[in-house]
Design a protein around this ligand. Structure first.
Ligand code: SF4
Length: 291
């Protein structure tokens, strides 16, 4: 299989076949992200995609799930995604779900008819990093779409029956705003009812706008205590059935939970960590190693 540059996929897609259709991230401008900073975005040629599918057919003929690589593969036009999906079903007829990272902007670039067609072709379980449900924090993170866009576009997916996972970050609104961020995320989650919710934690990466703003005193990171309290508040406020997919290594307390069934156990777990952690650690901003 052909892979170019860094490849990222959600931890939950560890056993999924990765098919490269793009290189890098078409947006590549988020305030906090360095994932594809040094990679020039490009679209893979169809004959390369087909060659990979021929290889996959020989090696993994019964594969049921495919993840399209890379950072925002849903940026491809509806027409191109349709051709890719049709080719996938031709070479790998057992495939049931074609998933990928998607942004709110990517959805905006498609008509309702295209979205309905993509659903019919098995595209679903989209991984969407909205990052926060707070309008001003979202603008600061420079995701390229507004909060109103997020509400509207996620509802468009719902109307078409395309399932999705809502990605967000604890600490995304900075110091002193953890509860506000939790309330805003829960409001959006309760409204758009994602199949799963995927928390990570805001991290400072060298060379980002975020790092520069922190240095210049324009942004202050939330402390560990605030992050954990935000986690509890989020768990308390989400009131729709959804899967809490929190195993990312960047999270201090990482676990999965089926909500609402596991809500109390999940909250107890974070509370236990708070009660068992030294005050100096809770009042600090730890360095997180990951993306
Ligand atoms: S967070 Fe996602 S959309 Fe933003 S620059 Fe990084 S990979 Fe691209």
């Amino acid at each position: 299989m052909n892979y170019t540059g860094p490849i990222y996929r959600p931890p939950y897609e560890a056993n999924t076949l990765l098919l490269q259709v793009t290189v890098g991230c078409a947006h590549n401008k988020c305030t906090f992200c360095t994932m594809y900073r040094d990679v020039k975005f490009s679209v893979d040629k169809m004959d390369q995609v087909e060659k990979d599918l021929q290889e996959a057919q020989a090696k993994y003929p019964t594969v049921k799930r495919i993840f399209l690589v890379n950072g925002d593969a849903f940026v491809l036009s509806g027409r191109r995604l349709k051709v890719i999906a049709e080719m996938i079903h031709e070479y790998l007829p057992a495939v049931e779900i074609i998933t990928m990272y998607a942004s709110i902007n990517n959805i905006m670039g498609k008509t309702d008819d295209e979205i309905a067609e993509l659903k019919r072709l098995g595209i679903g379980d989209l991984w969407i990093g909205v990052e926060t449900g707070l309008g001003d924090a979202l603008d600061y993170l420079n995701k390229g779409a507004s909060l109103d866009d997020a509400y509207e576009q996620l509802e468009r997916l719902n109307r078409a029956g395309i399932t999705f996972f809502y990605g967000f970050m604890f600490g995304a609104a900075g110091k002193g705003r953890g509860f506000e961020n939790a309330e805003a995320n829960a409001k959006l989650i309760n409204s758009v009812k994602p199949l799963g919710i995927v928390p990570t934690t805001l991290n400072v990466n060298e060379g980002t706008q975020l790092a520069k703003d922190i240095e210049e005193g324009k942004f202050e990171m939330a402390t560990e205590r605030e992050v954990l309290e935000e986690q509890i508040r989020t768990l308390e406020l989400v009131n729709v059935p959804t899967y809490y997919m929190g195993i990312h290594v960047i999270n201090t307390v990482s676990f999965d939970a089926q909500l609402p069934r596991d809500k109390k156990a999940a909250i107890d777990r974070v509370n236990y960590v708070i009660s068992d952690t030294d005050e100096t650690v809770l009042d600090s901003v730890p360095i997180r190693h990951s993306i």
